[in-house]
Design a protein. Sequence first.
Length: 144
Amino acid sequence: MTPETGLPAIVMVHMTAAIAATALGPFVMWARLGARLRPNLHRSAGYVWVALMVATAISAIFVRSTLAISWAGFSPIHLFVPFVFFNLAVAFRALFKGRIATHRRHMVYTYVGACLVAGLFTLVPGRYLGDLLWGALSMRGVAN
């Protein structure tokens, strides 16, 4: 447990990696858009983003759910772990074979699914971040 938050260290690692990957993702995609390609920037930032996604997925395995809908501590949101590894594997295989469109598609799937959709699922009431968000908003009178 970290004294400042009362959360286990693995949860803090998971949240930090997930938030960083969510923030970095658009920058990585931007680096390959437009008339001016930035391959070195895209590649460097992309490797950092992949490392953050792998850290997020691995740490998620050790984060246990206390929700009513869970099996041995795994909730439905844990299905994003194999989703991430599958899409990263397909994306890198496509890249090595020169199939850039397939690489791009699976990286976007990973970002949208694992960062945006999973991120929204963390904000539902009953989950730690959801309770923080909705509790803070209701204290300010916004969520009433």
